[in-house]
Design a protein. Sequence first.
Length: 568
Amino acid sequence: MSSTQQHMDVVIIGAGLSGIGAAAHLTTELPYKRYAILEARSAIGGTWDLFRYPGIRSDSDMYTFGYRFKPWTGRTLADRPSIQRYIEDTADEYGIREHIRFHHRVLAAEWSSVTARWTITAQRTDTGQQVAFTASWVIGATGYYDADEGYRPQLPSEEHFQGPIVHPQHWPDDLDYTDQRVVVIGSGATAVTLVPSLAKKAAHVTMLQRTPTYIASVPAEDPLARVLHNVLPSRNAARILRWKYILLRQAQYSISRALPGIVRGKIRHDVIKHLPDDYEVDTHFNPPYDPWDQRICAVPDGDLFDALGTDKASIKTDTIRTFTRDGIELDSGEFLPADLVITATGLNLQWLGGMTVTVDGQEVALRDRFVYKGMMLSGVPNLNLVSGYTNNSWTLKADLVNRYVCHLLRHMDEQGYDTVTPMTPIGHKPSPAMELDAGYVRRGLDSMPKQGSRVPWRLHQNYLRDLRLFNPRNLDDGHVRFRRTTDINQDTPHRPPGITVPTQTVTVNGRQMRYRDEGHGIPVVFVHGIARSLEDWDEQHGLLRGQGFRLISVDLPGYGGSAPLDTP
C-alpha cells in the first residue's frame, strides 16, 4: 500500500460514457472542485473500449445517447469507433484526460463519519501496487455489469466440440471466421448485431435462440436529420432531434405498456414486411411476453432481416441437446454444423465495479439498501451511482444524475454541510431496482438494491417526470439528511462564530510558518495589510464559516507563531 493518500473533493470511478459525463459537469459547474477519475482499463470509453466484436453499435438513437451538453451530429445509430471517438473528444474538450488515473481498479471504499471522508483503496492493474485516496464524495460511474466476465453457462458436452467457443465480451483480435460455419447462441442485442455482420464473410451464420425477442427495424439515418442540418446550425438541429427521440421513445414505451397487443401486432407486421413470404415469423419472432417486459432490439435499416432473407444466415428456435465434434444437435433432432460457436448469452450484473463499501466499519450489502432517486443508497453518505434508463437512452438519465450531483455539492458548500445521507424509507413495499424480466436481471436479483413504492424511492423510467424529480429546488425534500461534521462528532464542540479552528504549521525553506485552513468550497485567502497574525482574521472566519468557502489565513513572517524571514 502506498504510504501517501491523495485527497480529492470528488473521486469518479470509471472513465466510460457516464464517468466522462460526470467530469464534464464538474468542470463546467464546479470548477473549483478537485477531482480524479479512477479507471481500471488503459483507455477511455468503458463499454465502447471493452467490446470489440464485429458490428458492435448503439441500440439507442445517438441524439439521446450523446450528452445533452455536446449534441451528437452524426448517424442515428453509430458504430463503436464513432462512439468511442465522441467520448474521447469530450474528454479532450473539457480537459478531463489529465484527471484520469488509468490502471486503477477500485477494491474498497470506507466511509468515516468522524472525518466525513471516504478512503478509497485501488490496485494498479499494471503493477499490482495498492494505492489509497481520500475523497469527500464518490461517484460510481461503473455501469451495472461485470466488465471482466460475461455470462457463460455450461453447455451440454461442449468439451466435445473441436472448434473455438467465443464469448463476445472477450472477442479475440485474431479470430478469422472467413468461410466458416458459425452458430451464434442467443437472441438479444449482441446476437442480432453479430449475425448480419458475420454473414458478410462467413460461409453461413445461424442464430440459435431458445426464446424469440422483439426486433424492430429503425432507420440508420433519420431523413428529418438531413433536412434540419440543411436549414439549421448543427447544434440546433441536434437539439430538435434529441427532443424528437425523447418524446417518441417515451410514447412508444407508454403505448406498449397500455396496449401490448396492438404493439405486438405492429412489430409482427413490420417483421413480415422485411422477410420472404414463406418465413416462419410466428416461430422465430413471437416472444411469449409483452413488449418492453424485456428490451426491444433495434436493427438499423433491417440489416438482420436482410441477412435472414439470403442463404448466408438463418434462425433456429430450439434448445441444445448436445455438442458434437463438428456442431450442435438440437432437441428437435436437427443438427447444426459449426466451425465456430459464439455464446451471446448475456451479462453478469455487478454494481459499483464489485468494490466493497463500508460505512463506519460496517460493510454495506446493496441488496438491503433502497435507491434514492435511482442514484444514492439509503444510509450511505456522499456516494452516488450513475445509471441510465432501461426503456430509453442510458445517457438521458446519466445526464440528469450528474447535473443533480453538482447542484447537491454546490448546496452543501453554500450551507457548510459535509454530508448528505438518504434516510431509510418507512412503510414502502420493496421491489428490485430494475424491473426488466431479462435473464441478466433475474440472475442478479440477490445483489441488486431495492426500490420503494413511492417517489423518490420509486423509479419512474420516464424522462419527462424525472425532469421534475431532479429539479435542484427539490434538494432538501425530507428524504435526505444534511449534516456538518461538528454535528456528527458529538465529542467535538460546535464553534460559535468568533472562535477559530486549531492552527497548523508547515516548514517553508527551513522556517516554521503557521496557518489555518477550514471549510470546503471556493477558496478564500486572507492577505495581510495592517493585520499581522492569523488571529487578526478571527472575525472574518466567523462571518464566512459555513457559507460554502474554504478559508485560509496565515501569519506574516515573524509574527504570531511564525519565524521571521531572517531566522533559520
